[in-house]
Design a protein around this ligand. Sequence first.
Ligand SMILES: Cc1cc2nc3c(=O)[nH]c(=O)nc-3n(C[C@H](O)[C@H](O)[C@H](O)COP(=O)(O)O)c2cc1C
Length: 251
Amino acid sequence: MRACEIDRFYSPAQCSRWYAAIPARVSCRRFQNELTAEMLTALHYTAARVCLPGVRIVLAECEDSLFVRVPVFGGISGAKRCACIFVNKQQPHAMTLAGISGEAFVLEAQSQNVATCWVSGTYRRKLVPAEPEEDEKLVALIALGIPESETSGMKRKRKALTDICLTPPAEWPHWAYQAAEAVRQAPSAVNLQPWRLNYGQQTLRLLGKRTDSLDMGIAMLHMEASVGSLPHAWVWGDYRCTAHLIVESGD
Ligand SMILES: Cc1cc2nc3c(=O)[nH]c(=O)nc-3n(C[C@H](O)[C@H](O)[C@H](O)COP(=O)(O)O)c2cc1C
């Protein structure tokens, strides 16, 4: 089995900050005001630090016209900045690595009180304010800013934990239960929550129909944030399994 690039890439301090940010993060589609210079500096630093191999995050200025209005979610307004996520087309597991890196960026932004919304579909490609480098493609944007109204307490619709776990999670070790709960809270495209989890032999397996996707990477980052301070290892999976998370000494 091949070691996964996320293995030992992020520090326990980053993981605990991101884990703490998970409950408060919701998608924000109405923003106000420009970010402060301090926030922008911190976000540029984060964009440079969180990217796994083959992923590049570029912060750029943007306008409302970048985003398309759609019936269910509406458009995105007031965002003066967005993060553009590029991947190298030769990179194996590129979409998953982009999901991991992008969600690390989202949770770091959340920990600095900057609101975000992943946008992989409802934007105008011709108006994207950053260019791919050779061999790169754009896979998503993240709208950024100060929310127009308070986001705390906003409801997130999620499946029950038992609906995403293949065996009863209450019977799993505590670390595996917590990691599954962290996945349950994660954002996903069209809120499909396409992940499934199974535990056995000190290993939590992340499963899904599309194994290499932004959603799977986002789930992996939530698992990593949850076990960050425990000794652990990641390996890539095969067939319907995106990755295995192994924790030998957890309770
Ligand atoms: C990979 C990904 C792509 C997304 N693409 C879009 C998009 O194109 N347009 C949009 O309005 N929201 C988009 N979203 C936001 C989701 O609709 C949102 O995360 C989901 O409905 C769950 O809501 P929550 O983030 O508030 O918990 C995307 C989210 C993810 C994770």
